[in-house]
Design a protein around this ligand. Structure first.
Ligand code: ADP
Ligand code: MG
Length: 690
């Protein structure tokens, strides 16, 4: 039960003034469903604007406010092209205000021809002329006020504006209750941190490092606590010692010898499974390192030991892919493997449920559907989590532990994260690392190509497709705006489809429903579509060996780790693979270095470390595009600096004088409120329910 004191924060976002049905969608897209979410939706940055008399006073990249007269509306040549509103300043300079997608409709109304308007936004230059893409503000008067010193810039979604978002945040801040403090007074004083409510107020109002630190610390503490509680709970519960006799594994006819790293990991897992304390182990291995075989061996050990095993995949399509791979590999062993996803209905589903209950199914592969209440196991001994989306590890672990005897748990992650981050993210899990690639991998031929050679690239793609091979085309990250990115992706998709035919090209992007996304992916996985155009939402684990060409547009805009993940989609078959990084005209030094590194190495761990070094730690770990943020509030730098402190404090909180491994005492109660507040309460629930 959530503490009552949090009720005002968990009220629906619709209880804020001005949130009508129209804003539902953009708010949803940003994950803002409750007042609490609005409070934690912090500005990315703050801009100071300068009011300028005319464009001659402005410079490229500057945030300005300027008074303009609207002269003309230029609709794009095609439906997808943006609306350009041509406006003139006091000195006779022209400026184009650019609107993509639906934003064009309201812009026409706001900026009728002949009107005089104050416009605020970032000045850019394109083809020698001035432009502002999606101005932040357009007003009839009060321009001087728009030039005020410090204005929050919130992450937005289409249909939402900065002033609106700022207004919602202000309303949410009024509702802040006084929560009991979970940080000791001495620590607050030493760090100079504000109290919780004050920290949120300050973080919305301006660039305040102490407030942001406190908020980041809270997140790290909640995460550490949740993992620790799950772990403690796990230790308290009995597991079953599963000793494999090797009879199934002996019949496994793998087409390759295991690498040393695979053998070592399997050995470590075998040792854990033989104990009656439930295993909590993380298997870390770069893309293509061969985690699936390790998972299979682990599951076969469990089956040999008389138990069932489950493999949890993050998406439907990955579940199916795992199922087919495992069934093929394990066929000679005679182990019974089945698939269960949310889409299975009726008789097939009934049969699977029965098989799990009577024990005739040894291994089940599926999505979270395999943990629904209606699914009962005869004897679930091992859960393997293909942890593509690491956010909420603790929840998943708690979920996996719902049996009477706690099953052993193996979590797998494909994203190589630097050692420094492992602890913060996974707490005290034991770690096995696949730090060695299977031999004989063909290196991926990685090339950096200027975008002005696009025509050559498309021609090359045509030859590639004509040979019956497949390719990915990752669309550019054009700006901070999802709408603009999507518009760019759709435009590229349109061009490629015209060129290669609608049948041959599939499109996936973040705004599709999960079903539509799956359907498009399926077409590609089955080989019906030769080309997959994507806005970086390509499922990280998808394995299509026939896809041997990866094109990434405006590669300089992506992070190193992300480029590595994307590139990892190719180079999976015997064929030589190619990755083309198309770069824009101007490259920063950091971007240049990133692309050079990528050409130089395919070692994910090295790239992850370098990424950290190049980014300097100021950024949030999970970008909007990567979709798998482990922390939503703490930046890399904060994680490195504050996670060890949070870890230690969490330990003190659970090792208090009462019952160890629980939260007790007044500070424990306060910490429990924090866990509910940040929804890391799965550990708490297991404690109560278990
Ligand atoms: P990931 O760690 O990304 O999940 P996979 O388990 O999908 O990697 O393995 C990638 C590919 O490497 C698969 O085609 C798999 O059959 C192959 N593979 C795994 N282990 C070895 C090995 N020891 N030697 C050769 N190929 C291997
Ligand atoms: Mg995998």
């Amino acid at each position: 039960m959530r503490p009552d004191i949090l009720n005002p924060l968990f009220a629906e976002v619709a209880t804020l003034d001005g949130v009508g049905p129209k804003l539902r969608k953009p708010l949803d897209r940003l994950g803002l469903t409750r007042v609490r979410d609005v409070l934690y939706h912090l500005p990315d940055r703050f801009v100071s604007r300068r009011a300028i008399a005319n464009l001659d006073e402005g410079s490229v990249g500057e945030q300005v406010v300027v008074k303009l007269t609207v002269r003309e509306h230029r609709a794009g040549a095609s439906q997808r092209a943006p609306l350009r509103v041509m406006a003139e300043d006091a000195a006779g300079n022209y400026l184009a205000l650019i609107y993509f997608g639906k934003a064009g409709y309201s812009a026409r109304k706001q900026l009728p021809v002949g009107a005089v308007r104050w416009v605020a936004g970032k000045l850019e230059q394109y083809d020698q002329s001035w432009q502002i893409v999606h101005p932040d503000h357009v007003a009839e008067e009060g321009g001087a006020a728009m030039g005020r010193l410090c204005e929050p810039v919130y992450p937005l979604a289409e249909g939402l504006t900065q002033p609106r978002m700022a207004d919602f945040a202000a309303q949410a801040l009024v509702r802040l209750p006084d929560l009991p403090e979970w940080i000791t007074p001495s620590q607050l004083a030493r760090a100079g941190w504000p109290a919780w409510a004050e920290a949120l107020r300050l973080a919305h109002r301006g660039d305040n490092p102490l407030a942001r630190d406190r908020i980041a610390y809270d997140e790290l503490l909640a995460n550490a606590l949740a993992l620790m509680l799950v772990r403690a709970d796990n230790r308290r519960r009995r597991g079953q010692a599963l000793k494999g006799d090797g009879r199934l594994r002996a019949r496994l006819a793998l087409p390759f010898p295991l690498t040393g790293a695979q053998q070592r990991s399997i050995g470590e897992i075998e040792g854990d499974l033989a104990q009656d304390t439930p295993m909590l182990r993380l298997l870390q291995g770069d893309v293509g390192a061969g985690k699936t075989v390790v998972a299979l061996e682990a599951m076969l050990i469990a089956v040999e030991g008389g138990a069932q095993a489950a493999l949890l995949a993050p998406t439907e399509i990955l579940a199916r892919q795992h199922f087919e791979t495992l069934r093929r590999m394990a066929a000679p062993t005679g182990a019974e493997i089945a698939l269960l996803t949310g889409r299975d209905k009726g008789r097939a589903r009934e049969a699977t449920l029965l098989g799990l209950l009577d024990g005739s199914i040894d291994i089940i592969v599926g999505t979270h559907a395999i943990f629904q209440d209606s699914v009962a196991y005869r004897n679930l001994g091992l859960v393997v989590i293909d942890e593509q989306h690491r956010f909420g590890v603790s929840q998943r672990l708690a979920l996996a532990g719902k049996g009477r005897l706690a099953p052993h748990t193996l979590a797998m992650t494909a994203t190589p994260i630097p050692r420094t981050l492992t602890l913060a993210q996974y707490g005290e899990m034991d770690v096995s690392r696949l730090d060695e690639m299977p031999p004989g991998r063909q290196p991926i031929d990685t090339r950096v190509i200027a975008l002005d050679r696009l025509e050559d690239v498309v021609a090359g793609l045509g030859r590639h497709l004509a040979e019956g091979r497949q390719a990915y085309w990752v669309c550019p990250m054009v700006s901070d705006s999802e709408t603009i990115d999507l518009a760019a992706a759709e435009a590229r998709y349109g061009v490629l489809r015209e060129r290669f035919g609608a049948e041959a090209v599939a499109l996936v992007h973040g705004q599709l429903t999960p079903e539509a996304k799956d359907a498009a992916m399926e077409r590609f996985v089955r080989g019906e579509a030769g080309l997959l155009v994507a806005t970086t939402v390509i499922e990280v684990g998808v394995d299509v060996p026939n896809a041997t060409l990866m094109v990434i547009e405006q590669a300089e805009r992506f992070g190193l780790a992300q480029l590595h993940q994307l590139r990892g989609r190719v180079g999976r078959g015997a064929e030589k693979s190619v990755c083309l990084l198309l770069r824009g005209e101007t490259l920063s030094d950091v971007a240049r270095e990133r692309l050079a590194l990528l050409r130089e190495t395919q070692d994910g761990f090295r790239l992850a470390e370098e990424d950290l070094r190049l980014r300097g730690g100021g950024e949030l770990l999970g970008t909007r595009q990567s979709g798998d943020a482990p922390f939503r509030l703490a930046t890399l730098e904060q994680i490195q600096r504050l996670a060890p402190v949070a870890q230690e404090d969490a330990r003190l909180l659970v090792e208090h004088e009462g019952e160890p491994g629980t939260l007790g005492g007044p500070r424990g109660d306060a910490a429990r409120i924090l866990l509910y507040l940040l929804e890391r309460d799965a550990g708490v629930r297991t404690l109560r329910g278990g």
